[in-house]
Ligand binder design. Sequence first.
Ligand code: CTP
Ligand code: MG
Length: 244
Amino acid sequence: MILIRQECGHMGKNSVVIAAAGKGTRMGLDINKQYIEVNGRSILAMTIQRFEECGQIDEIVIVANENEIDYCQNSIIERFGFTKVKAVVSGGETRQQSVFSGLCNVSADCGIVLIHDGARPFIRNESIIACIDAARAFGAAGAAVPVKDTIKLVSADGFIDRTIDRSGLWQIQTPQAFEYGLIMDAHRKALSEGIDATDDAMLAERLGHKVKLVMSDYYNIKITTREDLVFAEAIYNMFCKSDE
Ligand code: CTP
Ligand code: MG
């Protein structure tokens, strides 16, 4: 398939896998954090909208908990009329398993696949496009920002072991974008070696592939704990109110 594509000079689709099959344990509510509403719109709906509206995205695959697939289909995709969603598939126990399930369900003619957290609703269009461009140029790319705080390595007894030089530290975000064959190889290798990573760039790194970082911004937060909901409402009011 990949050979045929290269011979034809065809670039393939830009697909995005949105991982939304977590449990949101750190949020401590009894619903999956993705379905929490911020100003009347669920977090996952906001995330999907960012990609629905991006001219360079051809298709969206959502990974949801098996028992939330119907809800996702009816209360999010149909309710908001998203047209690029190709499939809603069920996820796994870990994020990596969920992403792999999504990767297996993009179209056969996918060229670049982006992987994005359902819990990051404030991704800017420019960052999505920068990731796609960098993945086309370098094979693997991810959105990131330089670390603002001073970071300490701390021992188990709570004392500072040492201070890590901040100048080379970046905080990785999503989307992360890859040539489709590369990230499939990376996932298969991790699976066969029993590796379970919290992001996909790490799997590409383990293949020995270089991953290009593109400068994102500090508004692209992952909604993880309660206080993030306060930030989310503020960011929403600043950037998204006009979408209503
Ligand atoms: N995710 C997933 N499948 C899993 C675990 C996580 O699709 N088995 C998704 C989450 O839904 C989320 C993203 O991966 O959008 C990032 O994960 P995280 O922020 O850790 O979300 P949760 O795992 O849901 O939260 P927690 O770790 O607090 O339980
Ligand atoms: Mg998690």
